[in-house]
Each structure stands twice: as structure tokens, then as C-alpha cells.
Design a protein around this ligand. Structure first.
Ligand code: 9D3
Length: 248
């Protein structure tokens, strides 16, 4: 799987490829990320990639020609017709289903905007999809692109230390769409606070029931929308409903 990133700040992508669990996806060769800087394709001594907006107004707009030259360069490097994804505040919201879709693909070309935006003619000519990571304002598309790449990397087989631990992630349908339960580790007493008795009991059936109860109650409290979706999908048992009705 190969991702090409068009960015004015390729150095932002280095840590992601050199530290932590995502590094493993690159070292194993499961995921290839290549950055292309449109500034390298901008003419003249100034290597200008932005200009003032026609019609006036604040900020600058990324010019189409350096972006198109960068895209043409990338197209010569890859033999497929990979789709172009633009990270943009007006895009579709990134979620687990979208991550799974791109994790199962052969890759894409990720375009990171800076300044006020990108010349609309370039978007109309070359962009297949737009993606946002939420309703808050960032200074560019790089962090959203890294978020998508990180989420894809950890879905690659063998990238997590327990190869199957992502099956336990919240938002994964394998967990019935419920939030995760609380976790505890040593020391057994910390600042005078112990650990729930059941976790020290060695009764695996009771432990699993406790964890399920916690997931149900935490989801009911923090994300009633997810609980309702799980109920609608028929993922809650009669015992689950009794726990929710009893509450805590
Ligand atoms: C007032 C107009 N602004 C839109 C809210 C202009 C603007 C601000 C910041 C345009 C682009 C940006 C930079 N943001 C992104 O490129 C971006 C983003 C984001 O800001 N939030 C959530 N997801 C994303 S994906 C790309």
C-alpha cells in the first residue's frame, strides 16, 4: 500500500515514520509514504506556491500550477490511478468505517492544504474526495493526513504488539460499537485506592461480565448515540438491557 502526500511541510511526517507503533508498518514494508513538496515544482527564485485571492479578502490561496506539477510527478511514480483525497474543513467526517475502507485499498494521494485554501479549479479537476477530522479549525491538512495514516498503520497485521488488539478498539463493530472499559495495572494500592475486586479474582467469566457492564454503562453515560445505534443493530442482549436498567 502506497500513500503519496502533497505537502509544503514534509518534515511533519518524519516522526510518524520513525517512532512508536506506526514505525513498524513502515519497517515491515506494509505501508509506504512518499512526500512531494509543491514548492519544488514552483518556478523562479521565490518558488512561489500561493497568491492573493481574486475578488479580494484576507489570506492567500494555493496556486494550481505547482500542485498540478507535483501531482503529475506522483502519477509518473505510481502505475495505478490512485484517488486524490483533499483534507479540508468542508470534507466528510473521518470515522472508523472510512479508515477501514482506505486500509483495505492500495493507497491514495493525500493533498494537504495550507493558507485559506486551494484554487477551486484544481479541486474540480483533480480531487476525488474531501475529508475533515471535525468541526474545529487547524492551520492545515497535515495533522488530519497524519491522523488517517496513523489509523491505517495500526490496522496493518502485526503492527500492534498483540496482533489482534485492534479488534477490541471502541468503534470496531467486533466490540458491538460500545466504548472501552476502564483499565488497571500495578501497584495494586495507589494513593490509598485499590483495584475493583473482580479483576483480582481470577474468575474470567465474571471479569468479562464486569467489563461488558462497564462498557455498557460508560457508553450510556458518555455516548448515548452509540448505545442507541448498538441497540438498533440488535447488539444488546436481554442481560445487557437488565444491566442498563439497573444502572450504577
Ligand atoms: C474562515 C474560513 N476557514 C474555514 C474554517 C478557512 C480555513 C481555515 C483553516 C481553511 C483551511 C484551514 C486549514 N484546515 C485544514 O486544512 C483542515 C481541517 C481543519 O481545519 N479542521 C478539521 N479537519 C481539517 S482537514 C483539513
Amino acid at each position: 500500500m502506497r500513500f503519496d502526500v502533497v505537502t509544503l511541510f514534509p518534515e511533519l511526517f518524519t516522526p510518524f515514520q520513525t517512532v512508536g507503533i506506526t514505525r513498524r508498518a513502515f519497517e515491515a514494508g506494509q505501508m509506504d509514504v512518499h512526500c512531494t513538496n509543491p514548492r519544488d515544482f514552483a518556478p523562479g527564485n521565490y518558488r512561489r506556491v500561493d497568491d492573493r485571492p481574486f475578488g479580494g479578502g484576507p489570506g492567500m490561496v494555493m496556486m494550481a500550477p505547482p500542485l498540478e506539477a507535483a501531482l503529475t510527478h506522483i502519477r509518473t511514480q505510481r502505475s495505478d490511478s490512485a484517488p486524490v483525497l483533499l483534507f479540508s474543513p468542508i470534507g466528510q467526517r473521518l470515522d472508523h468505517a472510512m479508515v477501514q475502507r482506505w486500509a483495505a485499498s492500495s493507497g491514495a494521494i493525500l493533498l494537504c492544504g495550507r493558507y485559506e485554501g486551494i484554487d477551486q479549479r484544481f479541486i474540480d479537476s483533480h480531487v476525488d474526495e474531501q475529508i475533515s477530522i471535525g468541526d474545529f479549525v487547524l492551520s492545515g491538512g497535515e495533522i488530519p493526513a497524519i491522523a488517517l495514516l496513523d489509523a491505517i498503520a495500526r490496522l496493518q497485521p502485526g503492527v500492534l504488539s498483540d496482533a489482534d488488539s485492534h479488534h477490541l478498539d471502541s468503534f470496531n463493530p467486533a466490540l458491538d460499537g460500545l466504548l472501552d472499559c476502564p483499565h488497571y495495572t500495578r501497584p495494586e494500592q495507589w494513593n490509598g485506592v485499590g483495584v475493583p475486586d473482580v479483576l483480582l479474582s481470577g474468575h474470567h467469566v465474571q471479569i468479562e461480565r464486569w467489563r461488558r457492564d462497564q462498557r455498557l454503562l460508560i457508553t450510556a453515560e458518555h455516548r448515548p448515540d452509540l448505545l442507541q445505534a448498538a441497540r438498533q443493530a440488535g447488539r444488546l442482549s436481554a442481560e445487557d438491557e437488565r444491566v442498563l436498567a439497573r444502572g450504577r
